[in-house]
Design a protein around this ligand. Structure first.
Ligand SMILES: Nc1ncnc2c1ncn2[C@@H]1O[C@H](COP(=O)(O)OP(=O)(O)OP(=O)(O)O)[C@@H](O)[C@H]1O
Length: 254
């Protein structure tokens, strides 16, 4: 499914959080949103996800205005993982995973054994075997994040919108997740802070600063030392590898 943001503007009390942002995520591609703190990455993701209405512009899914599509269709086809999962949910890991199947079940249909088995298998795939009965609130930050991501995949969506999904993950789980995203047929838009990981795994990068797009294109086109210095105010050495992707080394300030 193609995700398009057309000239998206978001303003709150006269302050522009996004200004005329255009973005296209082609079916099956992985698009990375990069930018400094407060540059508008979460606002853009939440707007694409329909969690926030744009003040101007529109979001299209395969060309159709998102607002004209039935809610249930969108809930089935678009999975969202934001940074704002409440910590005090009185739910088990299995309960949280079962939420993924709600848009796929007919109304009032009970949870089936197959649903429960599917949820437990998803926990196992997330590296959390036997965690089904564990209280959600007892999980570590990284474990919660892995369950959240497992829930998104269990939804079997066409589009995944992820806000900093690696921020609690150890390095191996970061790589596992990005491998999974890059190799899946799902269209992914993902906000990331790691320039090196984004460069290695994303098909395209959209670089934001102060609510506007500074650059968009392949990682090699966008992540040049000059642009990294201008936007992030750090010095970086960039070499292009045999695969055409930039290898980014952030230097200690001298
Ligand atoms: N509801 C709101 N009211 C006022 N300002 C807001 C609101 N939501 C976000 N902002 C502001 O909009 C700007 C963009 O925020 P956003 O969370 O989109 O940035 P971000 O790029 O995701 O940042 P980070 O890297 O820190 O997560 C910030 O300056 C933030 O303070």
């Amino acid at each position: 499914m193609r995700v398009t943001g057309e000239h998206l503007t978001v303003a709150v009390r006269g302050r522009r959080l996004l200004s005329g942002v255009d973005l296209v995520a082609e079916p099956g591609s992985t698009v990375g949103l990069l930018g400094p703190n407060g540059s508008g990455k979460s606002t853009l993701l939440r707007t694409l996800a329909g969690l926030r209405d744009p003040t101007g512009g529109q979001v299209r899914l395969d060309g159709a205005d998102r607002r004209t599509l039935p809610r249930r269709t969108v809930a089935r086809r678009v999975a969202v993982v934001t940074q704002q999962t409440p910590a005090d949910l009185d739910l088990t890991v299995r309960d949280v995973l079962l939420l993924a199947r709600i848009p796929h079940r007919s109304r009032l249909a009970p949870v089936t054994t197959a649903d429960v088995e599917g949820a437990d298998r998803a926990a196992e795939r997330a590296g959390l075997p036997g965690y089904g009965d564990r209280a959600w609130s007892s999980l570590s930050g990284g474990e919660r994040q892995r369950v959240d991501l497992a829930r998104a995949f269990l939804q079997d969506p066409d589009v995944l919108l992820l806000d900093e999904p690696t921020n609690h993950l150890d390095v191996r789980h970061q790589l596992d997740l990005l491998e999974q995203l890059a190799s899946s047929p799902v269209t992914v838009v993902v906000a990331l802070h790691g320039l090196d990981l984004a460069a290695q795994y994303c098909d395209r990068i959209v670089l934001l600063a102060r609510g506007e797009i500074v650059a968009a294109g392949t990682p090699a086109e966008v992540l040049t030392p000059e642009r990294i210095a201008a936007v992030f105010e750090v010095r970086a050495e960039v070499t292009i590898g045999a695969d055409g992707r930039p290898d980014i080394r952030i230097r200690r300030p001298s």
